[in-house]
Design a protein around this ligand. Structure first.
Ligand code: ADP
Ligand code: MG
Length: 532
């Protein structure tokens, strides 16, 4: 576990600390706690690695804000990012943390009018965040002078490599102050990055934050296949069947968040929303209510929920499927913390099955199919809860007035009947099955979809290995447990074979052979040929 390092411990000034708290950051992330002091104290170059979403921008942004001299008009730091979105995002993140330091930050990227950028550059800016192409443009036009920069930062360096920006980088390097400090930030550390680092930086300090366990084993992961129109009903049922539901619900868009929260409130739930269009103050309020358990459902977009830290959630609901495996892991990593079991539930529509399987494979996790709770079971659960509540209040003192009142009623009536009437009077609304809408059962359809979505696999075994179709099927079964009935279109050639299997079985087979092969070439791979 992380020790409780605070922003105050990192060597930042009061002014910057104020800006940090105003922004709503409470504690530094690991990478921030490790990087900020080194950047502030030493003159070294740095190569830093930490998973996406761990706050690398502020890890270098905060020391920059601290160290840049705003009374000078020169560009003192250049940050290179692989895409324009990132350039904008990084520039905004730094701006939002600069407080009243007077530091000017601008993003420059292709697609935006170069004249506008020129005007701003002329006025004097201290930090430029740019994409490689546009930075080179400005260098060539002599509108960006990098002779005096003190910091060169390559953000998302692994992406930069993937996108083939090496030559551009070298071109930019040539124009920079040789005395500058170079800092390289990356989510992953492939060996190519290390080669790059030694090339650009004579000496550097390597800071790394171990990748968090991808998923915690304490999180039970299940998915429901429902039609889009039934998602809301499914959500209500999950909340209702749980004795003490306390969960985060993730939607993909702000509109979805608003609509889900609106409907929840209409149906009497204590819910609130956080997303990017909601003011910082309102977001903080919602989060505060949630943390204090005044509400038990918080609906959020990924971005708004990033960085928030709530403990003891019973559920994370993926109302819509996350964009990528990483966000899936980030979302569900919020349950099952601190040794407590949590449940992550993902809703998918039938067409999203393949995407879920992809997420499952990349995140190396197991997401089990399950059924939306049925109304009967929910009502049973509610009755159980009522019984427990009654038992609990039964042990409390009761005021004489009520006691005598009850006595009178029991004397004049059949006791069972009067209690039944009373229960009915109190809980009829809550226990009424008519409260629930029908959910379309997709289980029949599923099988068809799973069978429809099939893939062709290439097996590096053939007649030369004494393989026949039946031996191949047996071999697959013995190694993976995938049965004959799931395999068809078996074709055995001299050097290799093909089989066709449903996606699900393909994932199993590929997973097992990948593991078996270690770093060697896997015996089974996806065939390039499509299945019709
Ligand atoms: P990375 O570059 O590592 O992928 P970012 O710098 O983009 O991550 O930060 C991800 C999100 O986390 C941003 O929304 C950022 O504002 C937020 N964030 C960063 N540091 C903190 C912190 N210490 N506390 C809370 N949120 C933070
Ligand atoms: Mg980043």
């Amino acid at each position: 576990m992380t020790d409780k390092i605070k922003f105050e411990h990192l060597g930042l000034s009061k002014r910057v600390l104020d800006a940090i708290y105003k922004k709503g950051f409470e504690e530094p992330s690991r990478i921030q706690a490790l990087t900020i002091p080194v950047m502030l104290r030493d003159d070294t170059n740095i190569m830093a690695q930490a998973q996406t979403g761990t706050g690398k921008t502020a890890a270098f942004g905060l020391p920059l804000i601290e160290m840049i001299n705003s009374s000078e008009r020169s560009v003192q730091a250049l940050i290179i990012t692989p895409t324009r979105e990132l350039a904008i995002q990084v520039s905004e993140e730094i701006s939002s943390l600069k407080g009243n330091s007077g530091i000017q930050v601008i993003p420059i990227y292709g697609g935006q009018s170069i004249d506008q950028q020129l005007r701003r550059l002329k006025k004097g800016v201290h930090i430029v965040v740019g994409t490689p192409g546009r930075v080179i443009d400005h260098i060539n036009r002599k509108t960006l002078n990098l002779k005096d920069i003190e910091y060169l930062i390559l953000d998302e360096a692994d992406e930069m490599l993937n996108m083939g920006f090496i030559e551009d980088m070298e071109e930019i390097m040539k124009h920079t102050n040789p005395q500058k400090r170079t800092l390289l930030f990356s989510a992953t550390m492939p060996s190519r990055i290390k080669v790059l680092a030694s090339k650009y930086m004579a000496d550097y300090e390597f800071i790394t934050v171990e990748k968090q366990q991808l998923t915690t084993s304490l999180t039970e992961q299940i998915y429901y296949e429902v039609e889009a129109a039934d998602k809301f009903e499914a959500l209500c049922r999950i909340i209702d069947i749980e004795e003490n539901f306390y969960g985060l619900v993730f939607c993909r868009t702000k509109n979805d968040v608003d609509s889900v929260v609106g409907h929840l409130i209409d149906r009497g739930y204590d819910a609130d929303a956080i997303h990017g269009d909601i003011s910082q103050r309102q977001r903080e309020e919602a989060l505060d209510k949630f943390k204090k358990k005044k509400i038990n459902v918080l609906v959020a977009t990924d971005v708004a929920a990033r960085g928030i830290d709530v403990n003891n959630l019973t559920h994370v609901i993926n109302y819509s499927l996350p964009h990528d495996p990483e966000s899936y892991v980030n979302r569900i990593g919020r349950t099952g913390r601190a040794g407590k079991q949590g449940t992550a539930i993902t809703f998918i529509t039938p067409s999203e099955y393949n995407k879920l399987m992809f997420i499952q494979r990349i995140a190396k996790t197991d997401i089990k199919k399950s059924k939306v709770p049925n109304v009967k079971d929910i009502i049973k659960a509610k009755e159980k809860k009522i019984n427990e509540d009654i038992t609990a209040i039964n042990s409390e003192e009761i005021d004489d007035t009520y006691y005598n009142w009850a006595k009178k009623l029991l004397n004049n009536n059949n006791s069972t009947q009067i209690l039944a009437k009373l229960l009915n009077y109190c809980f009829d609304d809550e226990l009424n099955p008519g409260l629930y809408n029908e959910i379309k059962d997709l289980s029949g359809k599923n099988r068809k979809i799973e069978m429809e979505g099939r893939t062709r696999l290439f097996v590096a075994l053939g007649k030369k290995d004494k393989i026949s179709p039946s031996k191949l099927v047996k071999f697959i079964f013995q190694n993976t447990g995938v049965r004959n009935s799931a395999i068809d279109q078996v074709e055995v050639y001299n050097d290799f074979s093909f089989i066709t299997v449903p996606f699900k079985e393909a994932e199993i087979i590929l997973g097992i052979f990948q593991k078996k092969s270690g770093n060697r070439k896997s015996l089974v791979v996806k065939a390039r040929k499509k299945v019709n």
